[in-house]
Design a protein around this ligand. Structure first.
Ligand SMILES: *Cc1c(COP(=O)(O)O)cnc(C)c1O
Length: 396
């Protein structure tokens, strides 16, 4: 798995420019950098100037902290733990200088305890507001006000940020997003009324940036976010993951701002491990779902669904499946993708031999192609790739 440093940085810059002045871009490297290798990507992003990295849990946070240890003090990004915590995570969060997203008093009590135990400085926390996802977050209103009343007198915790997450950010003029904004504004009002002054106000993801082209109905979520943040003297931020890696859901019912500029960061490759000629009438692979209808030359690839090459890319006599790129040309998959092996048709590609390089995902075959064939989204495809990432600096 080759990771293009140049493309990762270019995608980050496209997001920064799409987000516009006054909106900081947090770079999400959770799920091992969407399988691109958090250890590989985090230092690249830190050198490119990111202020914040986002991870899932304390364990990932500790690994990312170690990965950026070589970056100069001035460029050390802050690391946000985005998906909650268990009691035993509190100590690691404090020890590694991570910034957790919290929404319950219990989470904050665990963290405050860890601060006291380690004799640490007050810990910065970001409070999540549930505005319509019903996953994480405290509801605006009585529940939030009670939590704030408690938080405001805690000597060991400091409210550094307030955030929420949108459920339908890729939908233009989404009524749900509008409702979520109203609920978030209410919550921000309650935070200010409690006498708290967070430094950061953040919301949204890659699609929030991509879907911010101004419409007649709506100036867009980023214009809104900037004004909500500046209303309480805070800085605005948007949290981007998938687009950093070169993919983004299409905007539903609107125009994309950054999607056309993004380029896939990952090129996933393998090599031909066998070549064989079959006769017309020979079947290929498990359950013989594919039968050669002419003499064919087949190449065997040492990769399968155990590596993240989805079984839905299989091809039968009735339905074509996925493809790979060999020497810049398409080679169609034939038969079932198996656990560690896949067969492709190289009949019309002359000169293919054992050890030749094969592109499974990259130029000519994207995660969007895989997602369409596997009836899922590019997120699941890239996260499912299993190979050792290696940074390359080649342009292109
Ligand atoms: C994963 C995640 C993001 C990034 O989402 P993308 O769609 O990949 O940009 C942003 N915010 C939160 C809370 C997340 O969990």
């Amino acid at each position: 798995m080759e990771i293009s440093e140049e493309r990762l940085v270019a995608n980050y810059r496209a997001l920064v420019s799409g987000a516009g002045d006054g909106v900081t871009v947090l770079a999400v490297v959770k799920a091992d950098g969407y399988a691109h290798g958090a250890k590989v990507c985090a230092p690249v992003l830190a050198r490119a100037g990111v202020e914040w990295l986002g991870v899932t849990d304390a364990e990932e946070g500790a690994a990312v902290r170690a990965a950026v240890a070589g970056i100069s003090e001035k460029r050390q990004p802050r690391i946000m733990v985005m998906s909650g915590l268990l009691r035993e995570d509190a100590e690691a969060i404090v020890r590694h200088g991570l910034t957790p997203i919290v929404w319950t008093r219990q989470q904050m009590e665990w963290l405050a305890e860890a601060v006291v135990q380690r004799g640490a400085e007050p810990l910065a926390v970001h409070l999540e507001i549930d505005t319509g996802m019903a996953r994480q977050g405290v509801a605006p209103g009585a529940e939030l006000r009670e939590l704030l009343k408690w938080l405001v007198v805690q000597p060991n915790l400091r409210l550094d940020g307030v955030m929420t997450h949108f459920a339908s950010s890729e939908v233009a003029d989404s009524p749900l997003t509008l409702r979520q904004r109203v609920r978030f504004e209410q919550a921000i009002g309650e935070v200010a009324a409690a006498g708290l002054q967070p430094v950061w106000v953040h919301a949204g993801n890659s699609s929030t940036v991509d879907n911010s082209a101004v419409s007649v109905h709506d100036p867009g979520s980023l214009v809104w976010l900037r004004s909500v943040a500046s209303g309480i003297g805070a800085r605005a931020m948007v949290r981007c993951g998938l687009a950093l890696y070169g993919y983004c859901l299409p905007v539903e019912g609107g125009r994309s701002l950054v999607r056309p500029e993004l380029r896939p960061v990952m090129t996933w490759k393998t090599r031909v491990i066998g070549i064989r000629d079959v006769q017309a009438g020979d079947s290929v692979g498990y359950n013989a779902i594919f039968t050669a209808h002419r003499p064919m030359r087949l190449a065997l690839l040492p990769v399968g669904y155990a590596d993240g090459l989805r079984r839905e890319l299989s091809a039968s006599d009735a339905t074509p499946g996925g493809w790979v790129m060999i020497g810049g040309r398409r080679a169609m998959i034939v038969g079932r993708v198996s656990m560690n092996l896949t067969v492709v048709d190289v009949t019309d590609i002359s000169g293919v031999s054992v050890c030749d390089e094969v592109v499974l995902l990259g130029d000519g075959i994207t995660a969007d192609d895989h997602a369409r064939l596997a009836h899922t989204i590019a997120y699941e495809i890239v996260c499912g790739m299993r190979a050792e990432p290696r940074l390359v600096n080649a342009a292109g």
